[in-house]
Design a protein around this ligand. Sequence first.
Ligand code: PLP
Length: 443
Amino acid sequence: MNPKTPSPDATLSSADVRAKHKEFLFPATSNYYEEPIVLAEGKGLRLKDLDGREYLDFFGGILTVSVGHANDEVNAAVKAQIDRLGHVSTLYPTVPIVELAEKLASISPGNLEKCYFTASGTEADETAVMMAQLFTGRSEIVALRHGYSGRSMLAQSLTAHSSWRALPTKIPDIKHALSPYCYRCPLGLTYPSCEVKCARDIEELIRTTTTGQIAGFLAEPIQGVGGFVTPPKEYYQIAVDIIRKYGGVFICDEVQTGFGRTGGKWWGCEQYGVEPEIMTMAKGIANGYPLSATICTPAIADSLQKLTISTFGGNPISCAAGIATIGVIEKRDLRKNSEVQGKRLRDGLERLKQKYPRTIGDVRGMGLMQGVEHVEDETRKNRTPNAKATVRLFEETKKRGLLIGKGGLYGNVLRISPPLTVTAAEVDEAIGKLDESYAAMGA
Ligand SMILES: Cc1ncc(COP(=O)(O)O)c(C=O)c1O
């Protein structure tokens, strides 16, 4: 166990916070762990809870803290902006909003040049779908099973996880194609002899379930909430060709995969050699400050001719944080670090798979976005999802001071995604803690 040094300025105990959380928040605001951790402070990858216990953060507030907690450069930019100007709304241009838009245009693929800022990934996806519909004059959208788009009515209708849908599909015109989930191939095939039929099936989907006149295809390069489902390398070229053949545009949801997360490149779509017409981003854009953006080609941006406003979109403080975050990623070459440490992390996880071959069925991902799928018994080809093992592992890693995430339709996939500033020593420490945790639970 970690040493206990209570935070000197703690006015509430952890138990008080947990009790108040239960009393005053929606019960659906669920927390990790049987006894949730009340986090109080952080620096880099190190977090402390209210009782002074320390944790190594390998989830980064859901792939959002790109350059480490309380990053000096981001904090300096935020503090300076707070003292200068905190809010004006999108009705007035500001220095931070134009500087960030220009920066995003310069690092985005192809001729993605025009930005619309909002405050969450959900809104960015909403904006993207609206733009695809306005531009094409059509309404049907192809999305993916196991995909996640957020929590508005449209985003829930795009999302293909029953556990995240509080209401039945409210928005018509959304068709869900098969997920490129090789470990659990929806067609029962094996890559590469499958010839990526899951991608080719999109044509059948369009021809049988739509008017044949689609507006677009919205997909994540790696399905994040879906459990880091990583499509085969040919998938997006085949899928996007089909979408364009039927007149649709490609909306790439880079909410989780953006800003160097997948290693070596800025965007997940670049790993697949495809250029979207519309791209959405959030999470890692501003190191935790609320900000999202939809970027598209000038022709698509021109197709929105009505009034539109996002009160908090492009807030100067969040934009200042975004500019500083991207600056740190560039200056410290964190795309490269994501590739190098991502490989080290992957190698360590593959070693754990060898050591615990029953419970660990699959290791997948790119860069610092690595998933581990737990099953009943891979050695006997029993791939029944093992969510219980994931819960047990969570409790064991908590005891050892390591924070990780989980996901997947069945809640049985670890999501491991530390800030891009992670060092080799921190990767080794995390692998060591995971190893001890698997051993302790008798994996
Ligand atoms: C791929 C993807 N798109 C959209 C969203 C929605 O983002 P937000 O929670 O900021 O609304 C998420 C959130 O996890 C996501 O993972």
